[in-house]
Design a protein around this ligand. Structure first.
Ligand code: MG
Length: 159
């Protein structure tokens, strides 16, 4: 078995949708980025690629590549799943945390799990998503951005 971690941050700005775990969350600001800036899915992808020893999302999906502009990160997550499958890896479980002062994430977490579960063909019980504030401290506390961390465990698929 192999473990990987992922960490990502995106800036919160006006005039962008807030998409986390593939859920479009109604909010006055959204995350800025080349893709849909889904910081949670980006952290999950980096955890999976890290577990497989395959670098990071910047290596696989460069942000100067126009084909990834505005793309749903769930599509990129599907590509990461394909890469891991080709390498002979299956996913054991994923744990993650969204670090944001606002809005409340709890009502949206079941749909985030649903989305990630369907892309990764992984049981919902094997995907955990938590959320925390930073008690008003730092860039997340000032609502300048949202961060996410993830850990993933993978294993060789038995043949
Ligand atoms: Mg990112």
């Amino acid at each position: 078995m192999r473990i990987g971690i992922g960490y990502d941050v995106h800036r919160l700005v006006e005039g962008r949708p807030l998409i986390l775990g593939g859920v479009n969350i109604p909010w006055s600001k959204g995350l800025l980025g080349h893709s849909d800036a889904d910081v949670l899915v980006h952290a999950v992808m980096d955890a999976l690629l890290g577990a497989a020893g395959l670098g990071d999302i910047g290596k696989h999906f460069p942000d100067n590549d126009q084909s990834y502009k505005g793309i749903s990160s769930l599509i990129l997550l599907g590509k990461v799943f394909d890469i891991l499958s080709q390498e002979g890896y299956g996913i054991v479980n994923i744990d993650s945390v969204i670090i944001a002062q606002r809005p409340k994430m709890l009502p949206h977490i079941p749909q985030m799990i649903e989305n990630i579960s369907s892309v990764l063909k992984l049981d919902k019980q094997c995907i955990n998503i938590k959320a925390t504030t930073t008690e008003g401290l730092g860039f997340t506390g000032r609502e300048e951005g949202i961060a996410a961390q993830a850990a993933a465990l993978i294993d060789r698929i038995k043949k």
